[in-house]
Design a protein around this ligand. Structure first.
Ligand code: NAD
Length: 332
């Protein structure tokens, strides 16, 4: 059994707390840590763990940490945990600069510890099935993958997630990183792309609260992502539409259903429970620790998605189309 600590007991930690049930006796949560003592206490009570306000005091007693922290703290705290020989499941995005990301990759490789990025959508049952159907060309080659994420996420003005310096960017960097990661996973190497973002009607965001990305891939396929934190209503919610040569596959995560549309026929292919399915992600993390296999969402692949985002932001500022070739660490 592995001993773990949850560090950061804010909003997202709720998803982790519910997910531990799926792990059964493989994991014991021994500490719940938050600088806000009441949050640490509430989480510890729910998890049957000890509360703490300083993560350094719990490291000796754990094999792994789950870091669910503001983005500007990902790098310094993950570095310290890796240096202490702990496996790290780090919430997305990996870190807020290229230099920090490279530092973390190097540190995890040197320490020979798992560093997994918590891109939970890669473990969502509908996304996993969609990936299989696209890879197997069940409906032929994919030529357009569109992803919508429409939510209302409003932070106080002084919250770390409102400010570009602590968030690392705007809605695209913070939330869209899941979907840029998925576009690369589904469609391969991108060639070029554009981003347009605005904080119109989401004035609590210093950078964009609404984001539109279009990308072209080596195969000729196009990828699109529209994400907003300003939605006061929605029909599409969290939706994926994969247009393939012989039909369209629709994953509607907000209702937990996957459909195929061919001509005017609609077929229900899969149903799943609603939610983020964080449990699947944690199971994968534990599997990787136990087997020594690299995680599906490792730090290297995660950096490729962030590089795409940084190039898209940069090109948006300059008013040009972003060159997205050569994102990989092994490419020129
Ligand atoms: N995968 C998803 O769908 C998803 C959704 C929301 C958030 N997230 C990610 O989860 C992470 C946290 O986001 P959140 O929404 O929970 O933020 P939050 O602000 O609600 O929670 C962060 C918590 O960290 C605590 N904290 C700050 N500094 C600390 C320190 N030094 N030691 C211990 N605790 C400290 C804060 O007190 C707070 O309780 C971010 O990386 C975010 O991107 C992921």
């Amino acid at each position: 059994m592995l001993n773990v600590a949850v560090v950061g007991c804010g909003g997202m930690s709720g998803g982790y707390r519910r997910a531990f049930e799926q792990l059964g006796s493989r994991v014991r949560v021994v500490a719940a840590v938050d600088v806000v003592q009441d949050r640490a206490k509430a989480a510890a009570e729910e998890l049957g763990a000890e509360p703490a306000t300083d993560y350094r005091t719990v490291l000796d007693g754990v094999d792994a940490v789950m870091l669910i922290l503001p983005h500007h703290l990902h790098h310094p705290i993950a570095m310290e945990c890796l240096a202490a020989g702990k496996h790290v499941l780090l919430e997305k995005p990996l870190a807020i600069s290229e230099a920090e990301c490279l530092d973390l990759i190097q540190a995890s490789e040197k320490a020979r510890r798992v560093l997994m990025i918590a891109y939970c959508m890669r473990f969502h049952p509908l996304v996993v099935r969609l990936k299989e159907l696209i890879d197997n060309k069940t409906y032929g080659d994919v030529f357009q993958l569109s992803i919508w994420t429409e939510q209302h996420t409003r932070y106080p003005r002084d919250h770390w997630a409102s400010k570009a310096a602590t968030l690392g960017g705007g809605q695209l960097f913070s939330h869209g990183c899941h979907y840029i990661d998925l576009l690369l996973w589904f469609l391969g190497r991108p060639v070029e792309g554009t981003h347009m973002g605005t904080n119109y009607c989401t004035p609590w965001m210093e950078k964009e609260g609404t984001s539109n990305v279009a990308m072209k891939f080596e195969s000729g396929a196009l990828g699109y992502h529209f994400g907003t934190w300003g939605a006061k209503g929605t029909r599409l919610g969290y939706s994926f539409h994969a247009h393939c040569a012989e039909g369209m596959i629709e994953a509607h995560a907000s209702i937990g259903k996957l459909f195929a549309h061919v001509g005017d026929k609609e077929e229900l292919l899969e149903e799943c429970e609603l939610g983020k399915h964080v449990g699947n992600e944690i199971v994968h993390f534990i599997d990787c620790i136990e087997t020594g296999r690299p995680p599906l969402t490792d730090a290297r692949s995660s950096l490729q998605g962030l590089r795409a985002i940084w190039r898209l932001y940069d090109a948006e500022q300059k008013g040009v189309v972003a060159d997205l070739r050569g994102l990989g660490l092994d490419e020129s």
